[in-house]
Ligand binder design. Structure first.
Ligand code: ZN
Length: 202
């Protein structure tokens, strides 16, 4: 399986990183080795002093597809989840400055937190609220109604480049409020204020 990540999909997050609003979605990949094993803590890697959390709604692809039209994209997923796209912001800044790829900053071991998946029909995906709490304080409070590109548009867009396969996961971008993690932080992700994952930082 592969993990396809979308960058810059919420206007307020683009502003907080002083990025330009893109013409098209920003896309990058994480390998399956990036997945943080269930019930494992997240270990801050030695190559970074500035690891950021980014909470994101996840979509799990349910069948193979390529060049999927937006109007048919809803047929390609039944379940959604929540995750964290851990980012080595200092390493990413170096990559960006040199115009280099982002993998070292985005695709390292443990950088993909993935919750359980839940049937999409239980939710209103047009206005799904999701939260990240750090040490019991809400640090990110997002809603899919603020996405620049909706889930179906993202599926259509990425499928122009990558054949989607059953089990692939799309990280749909993070809202504002990203920030640094420190040792002993506890990160809790919630969909509609219901806890779906809990991660200890070591
Ligand atoms: Zn992200």
């Amino acid at each position: 399986m592969k993990i396809i990540c979308i960058g810059r999909n919420y206007a307020k997050h683009i502003e907080e990183l002083a990025n330009e609003k893109p013409e098209n979605p920003v896309v990058f990949l994480k390998p399956d080795s990036a997945i943080l094993a269930k019930r494992m803590p997240f270990f801050i890697p030695p190559f970074s002093d500035d690891i950021h959390y980014e909470v994101e709604v996840l979509v799990k692809i349910n069948k193979v597809g390529k060049h999927i039209a937006t109007k048919f994209a809803h047929k390609y997923y039944d379940e959604i989840g929540l995750g964290i796209d851990f980012t080595a912001r200092d390493v990413q800044a170096q990559c960006k400055a040199k115009g280099l790829p982002w993998e070292k900053a985005k695709a390292f071991d443990g950088s993909a937190v993935i919750s359980e998946f839940y049937p999409k029909e239980n939710y209103n995906l047009e206005a799904l609220s999701f939260q990240l709490l750090k040490n019991d304080a809400v640090v990110q409070d997002g809603n899919t109604n603020a996405m620049l590109w909706k889930i179906d548009e993202l599926i259509s867009y990425v499928s122009q480049y990558f054949t989607l396969k059953k089990g692939d996961i799309i990280f749909t971008g993070t809202p504002a409020g990203v920030g640094k993690v420190l040792e002993n932080d506890v990160l809790v992700g919630a969909i509609e204020n219901k806890e779906v994952f809990r991660i200890k930082v070591k």
